[in-house]
Design a protein around this ligand. Sequence first.
Ligand code: IMP
Length: 435
Amino acid sequence: MDDRNVTVIGLQWGDEGKGKIVDALAERARYVVRYCGGANAGHTVTVGPERYALHLIPSGILHAGVGNVVGNGVAFDPPEALGEIAGLRERGVSVGPENLHVCSAANVVMPWHKAADRLSEEALGSGRLGTTARGIGPCYADKATRSTAVRVGDLLDADALGEKVRRIAKVKNATFAALYGAEPMDAEAIVEEYAACGCELAPMVTNTGAMLRRAIAAGEPICFEGGQGSLLDIDHGTFPFVTSSAVTACGVPTGAGVPPSAVGRVVGVIKAYTTRVGAGPFPAEQDNEVGERIRERGKEYGTTTGRPRRCGWFDAVAARYTADLSGVDELALVLLDVLSGFERVRVCTGYRVDGRDVEGFDPAGSDFARAECVYEELDGWDGEITEARTFEALPASARTYVEFIESLMGRPVGIISVGPDRSQTIMHHTALGRL
Ligand code: IMP
């Protein structure tokens, strides 16, 4: 294992607050690397009064001297990325070839991917997946199809891009017309827009895998930034209610073009409770005043879509499964402050199906949709904890809650976050040194 490197992943259904943790760790990294997902991600970084919502640009972008890498495993949306870059520049953040590197092998989200996402969801009606409508699934589907894929490198040769887009648009237009009666897309307009994006992006496009392998050989520290959450992983999540890429730490080598040993120390980010956006099973969901209170206190509305998130108690069974899957070394427990004021708090410690206790958790199994939580109840704590900067400064019952989670998860809580700001962070049992 390369001790200089760290991989930060979400252990739930996304939105765990990875952006804040990555931003904090970025200070010590030479590169911050996205290896999965695309603009479906929404990573929020708060610096003083400034709040940055990042979708495609890695969360190290606010640190001088850090190279931000969009790896080959990302579904890259050029107009979105350029819009995000322009927004950052307007706010005085410098973004350019000196600090942003986009892999030429990353697949491009094309307009027909967004159209397919929207049309397919509409056609599914009540059976829809509840995607972010960013074209993520259709883009990865074309990656697997290969003959209908467009990669970032293709954007740099306008003639070859033109030929490719015209050929693929013909297929997509015929398919969408037949399936959904949709109007055809204008291939020439797409060629023009994406070739222009290629010109703007060209100085930032490179073989990022080779770049990272050179960095590894030179002993430069790398932080891999997960997108979504492990329960949304295409292979190991609550299929089919998942996203379309490998989002666990297991996705790092393929999604970034580095050897498995480069993954380094794995930090699993968990909220002190659980949320989920979109459809799919969620045994610990509290579709009641508890869930509402968590949503309001935690401002649990999507960064990408603005949708209200479904909220529930902390599910230690599901999170333990994903922590074991990625070999998580330590946990970052975030949003602990949101639970302040509950007289009693609950943690899901097991499942029952058809009145019988079931062992473990198989997200691929149909049982999960029927699972009911077995809860352990603990004392809550009063008063705000947003000013606490040490573990000892937390109320006794909040400390007990943290220790209970540690014991259920089988690994230490390294970092505790008690608010969105960089300063609202408690270093607990971490091996990562001071943030
Ligand atoms: P897609 O990734 O847009 O295809 O959406 C598939 C599922 O993953 C939906 O339930 C989305 O709400 C969910 N999802 C995708 N990205 C994120 C994320 O970054 N945070 C939380 N949920 C996400």
